[in-house]
Design a protein around this ligand. Structure first.
Ligand SMILES: Cc1ncc(COP(=O)(O)O)c(C=O)c1O
Length: 357
């Protein structure tokens, strides 16, 4: 049975996108592909507000997150960790054989500019990783303030995961000085999974050129050389790129400002619905995500039962991630979602647990 997805990715995919994915196949060395690639990357530059290179990788996000480590971490990496995905990125950094330290924050807390300043002032690092929107905890770290700190460390690569935030709010990659910004498409872009977009600044490409052990599949220089021909180093997920093309058209038709405002409104709506029913929000106040809401189960709801009953009613619901599973739950409000979608979920919750009305 089809379940409407309220989990933090993948999220529901609009029928226009599914139709775009059924476009008859082309070869990636044909001029039709170069046209598609060029159109998609130039539109993505408008969304990302960047003149940096924008590359398309056929992979889930962690492929490129590992690639960024292989290409950009030389001496030592500072991995800022405030949840499951940032913890995992630290682990990936070590598994790539790189020297790295995890600078840890309690789950629910943001990464702070002060901590970034303190860590980088040691002079130990030539690279850092940051997850803008920790999907496991629903915490959005203050990217602009952290970017301000990064300006004092021009030799430190600023590698940012915007997997669950890109396109839901303004993230001006160049103005923020991000060297490599990475995101999968199954979250705020509301596409089927399988495509990851990443940027590379001039500095990043220079760093990569001097790096040994970049491997092949995620070699930034291979991507750069192929991009000059509006192409990719190996066969790309062409159907997904058609889907991205269609989604970018839809995004510009909605208007980026309107899209950002819709996400702000939806976030406020979900927070209001939950707090008015006695649920506390898990993140520190002021750092709640704009794309998903993570709440503490302060009402003592049997989340396993709720999840099961919602599934029977046709809704996919998330009962927390990693070590906070069961103590928290998460509701996604990203991509193409509207208030009506959330009202459907809320009505279903109340039908199952009338005490939450
Ligand atoms: C913030 C963040 N980073 C990375 C990932 C990993 O993405 P993928 O499973 O596409 O590799 C996720 C997945 O949920 C995520 O939310």
């Amino acid at each position: 049975m089809y379940k409407k997805l309220f989990i933090p990715g993948p999220v529901p995919v609009h029928p226009d996108i599914l139709a775009a994915m059924a476009t008859p196949m082309i070869g990636h060395r044909m001029k039709e592909y170069a046209e598609l690639h060029g159109r998609v990357t130039s539109r993505l530059k408008q969304v990302l507000l960047t003149q940096s290179k924008v590359f398309l990788a056929t992979s889930s996000a962690f492929g490129v997150m590992e690639g960024a480590i292989r290409n950009l971490v030389g001496k030592r990496c500072a991995n800022f960790c405030n949840g499951a995905f940032s913890d995992k990125w630290h682990d990936v950094t070590l598994r790539c054989g790189k020297q790295a330290d995890a600078i840890r924050f309690e789950w629910g807390r943001p990464v702070t500019p002060e901590a970034v300043e303190k860590a980088l002032s040691t002079g130990n690092y030539d690279s850092m990783t940051l997850i803008h929107n920790e999907t496991s905890t629903g915490v959005m770290s203050p990217l602009r303030e952290i970017a301000d700190v990064m300006r004092s460390f021009p030799d430190v690569m600023f590698i940012v995961d915007t997997v669950s935030s890109m396109s839901a709010l303004k993230i001006p990659v160049d103005a923020l000085g991000i060297d490599s910004c990475i995101f999968g498409v199954q979250k705020a872009f509301a596409l089927p999974p399988g495509l990851t977009v990443f940027t590379a600044s001039e500095r990043a490409l220079r760093r990569a050129a001097a790096m040994e052990g970049r491997g092949y599949y995620f070699d930034y220089l291979e991507f750069d050389a192929s991009d000059a021909k509006d192409n990719t180093p190996s066969t790309p997920c062409i159907s997904q790129i058609y889907a991205m093309d269609r989604q970018l058209e839809r995004m510009f038709a909605e208007g980026l400002e309107t899209r950002w405002e819709r996400h702000r409104d939806l976030a406020g709506y979900v927070r209001g619905w939950l707090t008015s029913r006695g649920f506390e929000l898990f993140p520190d106040a002021g750092y709640e995500s704009l794309t998903l809401t993570c709440a503490r189960n302060t009402r003592g709801v049997d989340l396993a039962v709720l999840k099961k009953r919602l599934a029977e009613a046709g809704f996919a619901f998330d009962d927390g991630y990693g070590k906070i599973k069961g103590q928290t739950f998460r509701i996604a409000h990203m991509g193409d979602m509207t208030k009506n979608d959330l009202d459907d979920l809320f009505s279903a919750i109340i039908a199952i647990m009338p005490e939450l009305a």
